[in-house]
Design a protein around this ligand. Structure first.
Ligand SMILES: Nc1ncnc2c1ncn2[C@@H]1O[C@H](COP(=O)(O)OP(=O)(O)OP(=O)(O)O)[C@@H](O)[C@H]1O
Ligand SMILES: O=C(O)[C@H](O)[C@@H](O)[C@H](O)[C@H](O)CO
Length: 183
């Protein structure tokens, strides 16, 4: 099937890799991540929950995080990924720079990235419709400016975020299964 729905794959639960759902703010990590975790039969952790309050306050005030702000947050996510190694899990983290992904890989060497990619206009529109979230859409420029897409040597897949969450998650699970299947 060319466009599997996530329900097609939700009965299989043998993925032992830890998946980091990455991408700019508003790309759908919080929406798609739990669906991918359900499809793989593994637990989901929300990356925003690992931020210290000072980071949330900074973003709420419209100020982008810098490398120093993101360090302890990445380490907390890396610790979760390490703890799940060999048992599987899905965790969200913007992981915008390669150096941030290097830091996550240092903590959890087998980690695989799922990059949710999308058109800036689409993501901005979705962010504008989001209510009660600390992240202002005004920070989207800095998110795209900071983003370094996956390199060819980085374990991971990129999935476009057009369409329904179920369709996106279905494509993501299929792509992850294809790349993590034993040779
Ligand atoms: N495929 C989709 N179709 C329609 N709306 C979507 C889709 N995916 C996400 N959304 C909506 O877009 C908004 C942003 O999605 P979400 O909060 O999941 O992004 P995020 O990457 O987790 O953002 P952040 O990094 O800022 O926490 C939400 O209001 C969500 O409901
Ligand atoms: O690296 C960053 O700039 C931050 O982690 C953000 O990406 C937020 O976590 C998230 O996007 C807010 O909703």
């Amino acid at each position: 099937m060319s466009n599997p729905d996530v329900s097609d794959v939700s009965d299989v639960s043998d993925v032992s890799d830890v998946i980091v759902v990455m991408g700019v703010a508003g790309t759908g990590k919080t929406t798609i991540g739990p669906l991918v975790a359900a499809g793989l039969g593994v637990p989901y952790a929300e990356g925003d929950d690992f931020h210290p309050p000072v980071n949330i306050a900074k973003m709420s005030a419209g100020v982008p995080l810098d490398d120093a702000d993101r360090g302890p947050w990445l380490d907390a996510i890396g610790a979760w990924a390490h703890e799940r190694a060999g048992r599987g899990g899905v965790v969200s983290s913007s992981a915008l720079k390669r150096a941030y992904r290097d830091r996550l890989r240092a903590a959890a060497p087998g980690v695989v990235f799922l990059h949710l990619t999308g058109d800036r206009a689409l993501i901005e529109e979705r962010m504008a419709g989001r209510r009660g979230h600390f992240m202002p859409a005004a920070l989207l420029d800095s998110q795209f400016a900071t983003l370094e897409p996956l390199g060819r040597d980085e374990a991971g897949v990129a999935v476009d975020v057009s369409g329904s969450p179920e369709r996106i998650a279905g494509r993501a699970v299929a792509a992850l299964r294809a790349m993590t299947a034993p040779a």
